[in-house]
Design a protein around this ligand. Structure first.
Ligand SMILES: Nc1ncnc2c1ncn2[C@@H]1O[C@H](COP(=O)(O)OP(=O)(O)OP(=O)(O)O)[C@@H](O)[C@H]1O
Length: 729
């Protein structure tokens, strides 16, 4: 590659940072684009664990690996850097203490080509670079076999789109055909009026007049009927395509891994789903209406040519003007559309967040504050809509001026031709009618650009989620395959487990523990020490950085994730129940077996508690379960977990909201079932931990001690202090 080519690629792919916290992301985005890939800083934010404190080199490394780069972090010196021929990310310290990332693209003519996301592409001398590159840390990125180039991404996008609209081809084809018939029949007015003025009326031919009128009426009626049939086809297509889009999108969304949901707002997901209808409208337009518009332009121009070649040329010359206008505004429209959709998603997120948090808002009398925030964020959204509307109005204004000039120009020119007796009056009237419909269709095609861009942005946003790597493929035999024989769970052993969230320091280090059938064990630790995360790892929601997990002395990798989750049930501290009856929430089946659920609850002692609800098993649980107490929610969640017949039960502060009576019922129940279902408890309450067989104390990221309550009172200062504090209070 010549130096000029390289510089051209650098300047077209270099991306500036959104804010100072995004410098690392901007570097990574630039390198992805440099290697002909495609990404957004937003997407990278999730992968790298970027927060308002910025990104770590480790976060960039992990994000790069997720993107399919072979990434390597190295300590190097300036002489190594001179040999670099592919862009690398450097960790630098600028303006005294400000940590920053820059890209080094290479060294030539005694200068380093540097991409600084805060400033742009620039040249550094060796001394200048030495002055800021104090850490000597660099991240080398080479596209690996999983790196997806923009070209492949576009192909994948196209395939997804085609797969979604393929079933509509027949219906859209019929609609397009009917549209063509309608537009051809639409020319009848112009032709009939021309014949009327130039031939029929001057010749006072009553018989032809009557016949012509009858034919004209029949044509208009047929046109109305065909339009009606076509609109029915399109309404049906709209229903079916929207259902297909949403179910495909939603189906894919649910298959994404849990960390995706941890880092994506609900509002954003809902907003993207709502965008489906925009795509459907454009599909209809492009596949059907645009054919009609193009046809109207061609046939009208053909007729105008037949009447007068010079007028035909004028009408054809106008088309590039409209095309240029559409091209000129193309990029601006895309940017404005994207901003509208992003701010719509932000508004939706804020609505959902505010409404779900209504209790806290009311408790702290903050209705006005939140109303103000909503107003502000909605105002921002409306501003974006306004900006887009303004842009649309500007384009519309230019197009209208263009069509007005076209119309007046044509009228003047044809009138002059009539005066010169080169054109008949009826032909002039017909041309004016035809130029009207030609102008309208050209305008439609030019304005379709706005709709098209809107759908493109909507589609890209939907595709971004739909193309994210699912946790497991639907229908993948490896993931779906049931185990050859049922698991008889005897033992789970975790050895040397390390875990960290993307871009963060280690949360869990060298975790070792085991649980056997017949045991209840507890993870005990301070808030935020990683207890819940450890349970999430056991549910396979996160992958570990190091360590091994064995089930019955066999690596747990032998169990497909779906199968594993079938055997592990969880009750969380913040229980998620669904809008439906208590019965439905316990069974989580399409058609719950009432008798089976009731018998199960009677056998396990839940029945009496449930019968205390107003309508027993038929009690409807509200959205957000506001009609149940925290303890009742946890009890139903425990019943649900046990009803799924797990082989291992994970309880995350699962009795924290219960009263004494319920909690002691639960503890008795757990001791009764532990012979069949071992239990892992997570708590920071020693009074609960003491009732379990073995306690693992998590301190400073690792298990600092383990044993029974009595052993830990002697062995673990942390545990003893917690227990003594309890006695004092
Ligand atoms: N999705 C996430 N991304 C990044 N950090 C996270 C994520 N989830 C949790 N954390 C962080 O990991 C740490 C451990 O969280 P975790 O919920 O496991 O703690 P815990 O010990 O269960 O606390 P508690 O007793 O309060 O429930 C916390 O500092 C938390 O902020």
């Amino acid at each position: 590659m010549t130096k000029k080519d390289k510089l051209r690629i650098i300047s077209t792919t270099f991306t500036k940072q959104y804010s100072q916290f995004y410098c690392g992301l901007a570097c990574l985005a630039s390198i992805v684009k440099y290697h002909k890939g495609e990404t957004t800083q937003e997407k990278l934010r999730e992968m790298s664990g970027t927060t308002l404190n910025g990104t770590s080199l480790l976060g960039l490394y992990q994000a790069a690996q997720t993107l399919g780069f072979n990434a390597g972090g190295y300590e190097a010196d300036i002489s190594n850097l001179k040999d670099v021929d592919e862009p690398v990310i450097l960790h630098v310290v600028k303006d005294q203490n400000l940590e920053h990332f820059i890209i080094c693209y290479g060294f030539e003519n005694e200068k380093f080509t540097i991409g600084d996301p805060a400033w742009g592409v620039t040249q550094y001398s060796e001394e200048e670079l030495e002055a800021v590159w104090k850490s000597k840390m660099l991240l080398k990125l080479t596209p690996g076999k999983n790196f997806v180039s923009k070209q492949n991404e576009s192909k994948n996008k196209q395939n997804w789109f085609l797969e979604l609209i393929k079933p509509d081809f027949p219906i859209l084809g019929i609609a397009a055909f009917l549209g063509i018939v309608i537009s051809v029949l639409g020319l009848a007015t112009a032709i009939f009026s021309q014949k009327l003025i130039d031939v029929i009326l001057p010749e006072k031919d009553t018989r032809t007049l009557i016949l012509g009128l009858i034919l004209f009426t029949v044509i208009l009626l047929a046109r109305a009927l065909i339009s009606y049939v076509r609109s029915i086809f399109l309404v049906r297509q709209s229903r079916e395509m929207n259902i297909r889009f949403i179910s495909n999108f939603f189906g894919k969304l649910l298959l994404l891994p849990k960390p995706f949901f941890d880092s994506t707002s609900t509002g954003d997901m809902v907003a993207r789903m709502n965008d489906a209808s925009r795509i459907q409208k454009v599909v209809v337009y492009l596949s059907s209406q645009v054919v009609i518009d193009v046809l109207i332009v061609l046939v009208s121009a053909g007729y105008i040519f037949a009447y007068s070649v010079s007028t035909g040329l004028i009408s054809l010359l106008s088309i590039p003007f409209f095309g240029l206008l559409a091209w000129f505004y193309n990029k601006k429209v895309i940017v404005a559309q994207r901003e509208v959709m992003q701010s719509y998603a932000a508004t939706e997120s804020k609505y959902i967040d505010t409404i779900t948090g209504i209790k806290a808002i009311k408790t702290f009398n903050r209705e006005n504050l939140f109303a103000k925030v909503i107003n502000a964020i909605y105002g921002l959204f409306m501003q974006k809509v306004f900006d887009l509307g303004l842009l649309g109005a500007k384009i519309n204004f230019r197009i209208t001026i263009g069509s007005a000039l076209l119309l007046t120009g044509t009228i003047s020119w044809t009138a002059w031709l009539v005066l010169q007796e080169q054109l008949m009056l009826g032909q002039m009237m017909a041309i004016i009618t035809l130029i009207g419909s030609l102008g309208a269709s050209v305008v439609n095609i030019a304005m379709a650009n706005i709709q098209l861009q809107e759908a493109r942005v909507a589609f890209d946003r939907m595709y971004e989620f739909a193309s994210a790597t699912p946790e497991f493929e639907q229908g993948n035999q490896e993931d779906e395959k049931p185990l050859a024989k049922e698991i008889h769970f005897n033992n789970l052993e975790v050895k040397g487990l390390n875990f960290r969230f993307p871009g963060k320091s280690l949360l869990l280090k060298d975790i070792n523990f085991s649980i056997n059938k017949g045991e209840i064990i507890t993870f005990f630790g301070e808030i935020g020490c990683g207890k819940s995360t450890l349970l999430a790892v056991l549910q396979r929601f996160h992958s570990t950085e190091a360590g091994s997990i064995y089930v019955n002395n066999q690596s747990w990798d032998a169990f497909p994730t779906k199968e594993w989750r079938k055997h592990v049930a969880t009750v969380e501290q913040h229980v998620q129940l669904f809008n439906g009856t208590v019965l439905e929430n316990i069974s989580l089946e399409e058609k719950p077996n009432v008798e089976q659920v009731v018998t199960f609850c009677q056998q396990h002692g839940f029945h009496d508690f449930i019968m205390e609800f107003q309508q027993g098993y038929a009690t409807i649980i509200n959205e957000n379960s506001t009609n149940l107490s925290g303890g009742q929610r946890q009890l139903i969640a425990l019943a649900r977990a046990l009803y799924s017949k797990p082989k291992l039960l994970l309880l995350d502060e699962a009795t924290a909201a219960m009263g004494k009576r319920t909690e002691s019922f639960v503890l008795k129940l757990l001791h009764k079932i532990k012979e069949e279902i071992p239990v892992i408890f997570v708590t920071h309450r020693p009074q609960l931990a003491r009732h379990t067989n073995r306690i693992y104390v998590i301190e400073s990221q690792t298990i600092s001690s383990s044993g029974t309550h009595d052993q830990l009172i002697k062995r673990s200062e942390f545990y003893r202090n917690a227990f003594e504090e309890l006695l004092v209070t």
